[in-house]
Design a protein around this ligand. Structure first.
Ligand SMILES: *Cc1c(COP(=O)(O)O)cnc(C)c1O
Length: 413
């Protein structure tokens, strides 16, 4: 079986075929990216590891170097069918997208996306609710390169138009925001950006393309920390950027120049996780909603910051724009002290204490948004706990949290 047989030169269909009938989410994630020339009949695309690719002659080597290497074996850093398959799968999940590049982490994906659109002298607009490492990148690396950042209220909506300056080159969005879950008016921000020729980027890790197909809503570059729901098992670091038409070439050039490559083994695990994304998200969604609604009834809880609940800033926009909700949200405690919050979390049986989220297991984390923010401190909400609701039985998680609120009550009494 020669190498040429696995090189995909066109945009051939994956196993989903090319029927016109729109497919449901669970069907799409099962079939996405599984091209016959890459799977060779194996159900999930196998691991193709490579650094050197051998050529049969000098002439063939030269011809390979002169061609576009997209979806062609060239050198390991340009990927193998394992990476191409996952990248294509993520592209297929974003109707209207051009292509996807994969990275060894979500933060690496954010860096490459920003560096592909920003140059010295440019300005970036970043929501105050952005993931903290994204902030650090803006105030550290980007600043050092002569790229300025202005932070904006995540709820600014169409008002973003007044912030766009002559040197504003990109508007970054993250919706809902990290820790406090403000839902952004992405269509309004995209419209204001397009009117001024400004590029838009979205960190879409929470919703995934299933619950917010970002490219179809006009976003130029949509970013996932695949580490979270795509992988889904808390055992792999992986990131992706999916580009709207005309946006991929610069992203790919920048990523190649940075030497970015996600390992085939990690991409294989990412593709394996992807197959169950729709059923996992359905469970995360229903369990998280059940627990959020239960928390809302508890006297120790002052607010539940879950985009599908009215306490959450931007809830109306969520209801208008999103196809579903996932398993990560926060709640605020009445009259909390640090020690009482720790007593709640420390004794939980089914919730681990740790960073990241999106795996099958539940997590609880004390979070303090005011530590990171500048323009919207959110001091008003007091001490909060962020929960990642896994796929355990939700009633067991509720019993666990009820006992935790009991410990909290005892500690503040
Ligand atoms: C975790 C996370 C990231 C970063 O992903 P890593 O794979 O951990 O680098 C980016 N954005 C959001 C919203 C995240 O939660």
């Amino acid at each position: 079986m020669g190498r040429r047989s696995i090189d995909a030169q066109g945009d051939g269909p994956s196993v989903s075929g090319s029927g016109d009938q729109p497919k449901g989410d669970a069907t799409r994630v099962v079939s996405a990216g599984r091209r016959a020339e890459w799977t060779q009949g194996i159900v999930n695309p196998p691991v193709w590891r490579a650094s050197t690719i051998l050529y049969e002659s000098v002439a063939e080597l030269r011809a390979a170097g002169a061609r576009d290497t997209h979806h062609r074996l060239f050198y390991g850093r340009r990927g193998t069918p394992t990476q191409w398959s996952l990248a294509d799968a993520l592209t297929e999940l974003e109707p209207g997208a051009e292509a996807t590049f994969l990275y060894p982490s979500g933060v690496a994906a954010i860096a490459a996306a920003l560096l592909s659109v920003l140059s010295p002298g440019d300005e970036l607009l970043l929501p105050d609710s952005a993931y903290d490492p994204t902030r650090s990148m803006a105030t550290g690396l980007l600043k050092r390169m002569g790229i300025a950042t202005r932070f904006y209220d995540p709820l600014i909506g169409a008002g973003i138009a007044d912030m766009i300056a002559d040197n504003t080159a990109a508007i970054f969005m993250e919706s809902p925001g990290s820790l406090t879950f403000e839902v952004q008016d992405i269509p309004a921000i995209v419209a204001a950006a397009k009117a001024r020729g400004v590029v838009t980027l979205l960190d879409n890790t929470w919703a995934t393309p299933l619950f917010f197909p970002a490219i179809g809503r006009g976003v130029d570059l949509t970013i996932l920390a695949c580490t979270k729901y795509i992988v889904g098992h808390s055992d792999v670091m992986l990131g992706s950027v999916t580009a709207a038409p005309g946006r991929f070439a610069k992203l790919r050039d920048t990523s190649f120049q940075l030497g970015q490559i996600a390992s085939p083994d990690d991409c294989w695990l990412g593709a394996r996780g992807l197959r169950t994304l729709a059923i996992r998200l359905a469970q995360h969604q229903s369990s998280a909603l059940k627990i959020a609604r239960w928390l809302k009834e508890q006297p120790e809880v002052s607010a539940v910051l879950h985009p599908a609940l009215p306490d959450c800033p931007g809830h109306d926009i969520f209801a208008r724009d999103f196809r579903g909700s996932t398993g990560l949200f926060s709640f605020a405690l009445v009259g909390a002290t640090e020690a009482a919050r720790a007593a709640l979390i420390d004794g939980l049986e089914h919730f681990g204490i740790g960073y990241s989220w999106g795996g099958f297991e539940s997590l609880a984390l004390p979070v303090d948004p005011a530590r990171y923010r500048t323009v919207t401190k959110r001091h008003d909400i007091g001490l909060i706990v962020r929960l990642q609701i896994g796929i355990e039985d939700p009633d067991d998680l509720i019993a666990d949290l009820a006992a935790g609120l009991g410990r909290f009550r005892a500690a503040v009494a």
